[in-house]
Design a protein around this ligand. Structure first.
Ligand code: ADP
Length: 499
């Protein structure tokens, strides 16, 4: 029975809207919370009730757990959905929710705690006989002792924060002379961001791929995977384009990596949606990276090919229901791609941008999903995450998904703020992406080529697109002159199998 029950969404933007819609489909009333700049936002208007988190800074608003819990009490809610980012992986907050009598929609605080540390989760993976990146997870000494440990792992190596996320506290070290300073600065950053200065060492893989597995468990011991997502198109170690199925793996690899993900999840009796992340070396060996104990930004590509609504599944599991699906019911059908539209300047080290949404055209057509909370006239503040929208395309095979994505990027118009749309389209057209042969550093090469081809005197790409799209010309083509992919619908249809 959900009648009268309320879910509070402790988040903003597109993910708050995504959760509001899912909760409503299940018959729940929804409660939004918002900072002052978000007062008139779409999420706030769509929710049944909205409460103010005074201020603008995240520490005063979306990270203000005391205030959020006070609102939860006042509104008389049943559960809190944290979305991603903000409080979504905060075990203390999950504990506080439980103590206050609210269900936290996510795994148990105990699971979050055990998997929250990259060090402890690596040990769990080892116990589950899942390969991990060679490194050192013990207490790190300094000086000569530290150098000895590093030399044993070999250079280049990567310093990581145990509590890390979003690439914070990460340092690549190429030689012994850089080690001490890099370790100390990683510790400082880890302390500032996570209030925990624990760092550890890992071998730095040179041209890896990032492949992750979506998992879903319930409180009755059922656990399934929903296959992999390929997330190797990254800038600054953070994702830019994701797709599923991965174009780089075969059925045997898929079976092995998905089985490995389940083995890790079983170590903690995982109950909710989660993601087990792996890194894959050039020889095709996979290594466990970490578990994200929350919904991922890129969850829509999995939804598109499996037909499972992951947010609704999270809510049903939190209600105590058993998973409605068995492993054999879950298949990958067709192909899906997601491009993250960021307010940032690819030509200036992807620096986050601020502005105000001017003209906005978000195309809608078959096989296209746009998860966005943008509205003309609304400001975009660098106080918050620079991700503006998620652009998702699904086709009966990879080629069709890419053609649909190309059309979506071409016809999407956003003026008034610097963004990465043109660069996304250039990346989509690049040979390595078209051929599915990319790794986590491919974006650097693609960017160098993009900057060279674009030249200094071309019109701003977003303006060129907007003019073409508004004039109904179907887009100006990639500003830097790459060839558009062409669909071959009939031959592609013939080859289509539900595999
Ligand atoms: P965070 O949680 O901060 O995002 P992750 O551990 O998930 O950090 O890693 C983010 C990205 O950093 C990976 O997708 C990959 O591109 C890169 N990375 C992580 N570990 C390694 C490694 N050992 N070697 C090379 N690249 C790595």
């Amino acid at each position: 029975m959900t009648a009268g029950k309320k879910i509070l969404i402790a988040n903003r933007g597109e993910i708050a809207r995504r959760v509001i819609h899912a909760a409503r489909e299940l018959g729940y009333a929804t409660v939004a919370v918002h900072s002052d700049p978000d007062a008139g936002s779409l999420a706030v208007r769509e929710a049944d009730e909205a409460f103010r988190l005074p201020g603008a800074e995240v520490k005063d608003t979306y990270l203000n757990s005391d205030k959020i819990l006070a609102i939860a009490k006042e509104a008389g809610i049943w559960a809190i959905h944290p979305g991603y980012g903000f409080l979504s992986e905060n075990a203390v907050f999950a504990d506080d929710c439980a103590q206050a009598g609210f269900k936290f929609i996510g795994p148990s605080p105990e699971t979050m705690r055990r998997l929250g540390s990259k060090v402890e989760s690596k040990l769990l993976a080892k116990k589950a006989k899942v390969p991990t990146v060679p490194g050192f997870e013990g207490e790190l000494p300094s000086g000569k002792e530290l150098e000895k440990i590093a030399a044993k792992i070999g250079y280049p190596l990567l310093i990581k924060a145990a509590a890390g996320g979003g690439g914070k506290g990460m340092r690549v070290v190429h030689k012994a002379e850089e080690l001490e300073e890099a370790a100390r600065s990683a510790e400082r950053e880890a302390l500032a961001f996570f209030k925990d200065k624990t760092i550890f060492l890992e071998k730095y893989l040179e041209r890896p791929r990032h492949i992750e597995v979506q998992i879903l468990g319930d409180e009755h011991g059922n656990l399934v995977h929903l296959y992999e997502r390929e997330c190797s198109v990254q800038r600054r170690h953070q994702k830019m384009i994701e797709e599923t199925p991965s174009p780089s793996i075969d059925a045997k690899f898929r079976e092995e990596i998905c089985a490995a993900a389940l083995r890790v999840a079983r170590q903690v009796g995982y109950a909710s949606a989660g993601t087990v992340e792996f890194i894959v070396d050039e020889a095709g060996h996979f290594y466990f990276l970490e578990v994200n104990t929350r919904l991922q930004v890129e969850h829509p590509v999995t939804e598109a090919v499996t037909g499972v609504d992951l947010v609704k599944a999270q809510i049903l599991v939190a209600e105590g229901h058993a998973l409605p699906l068995k492993q054999e019911d879950i298949r990958q059908r067709g192909h899906a791609v997601e491009c993250r539209l960021y307010a940032e300047d690819p030509e200036n080290h992807f620096l986050p941008a601020e502005g105000s949404v001017g003209v906005l055209v978000e195309p809608q057509r078959p096989g296209i999903r746009v998860d966005s909370a943008l509205e003309a006239g609304k400001p975009v503040l660098s106080l918050y995450d620079p991700m503006l929208a998620k652009l998702i395309a699904v086709g009966f095979n990879r080629k069709e998904a890419l053609v649909k994505m190309d059309a979506l990027l071409r016809d999407y118009v956003l003026l008034g703020i610097r963004h990465n749309l043109d660069f996304l389209r250039y990346t989509l057209h690049s040979k390595v992406f078209q051929e599915g042969r990319y790794h986590t550093h491919s974006v650097a090469d693609i960017l160098a080529e993009y900057l060279e081809k674009r030249g200094p005197d071309k019109p701003a790409p977003d303006l060129a697109y907007a003019i073409a799209a508004l004039a109904g010309k179907g887009g100006a083509g990639p500003a830097a002159g790459a060839e558009a992919p062409r669909a071959e619908p009939l031959s592609a249809l013939k080859g289509f199998k539900n595999a």
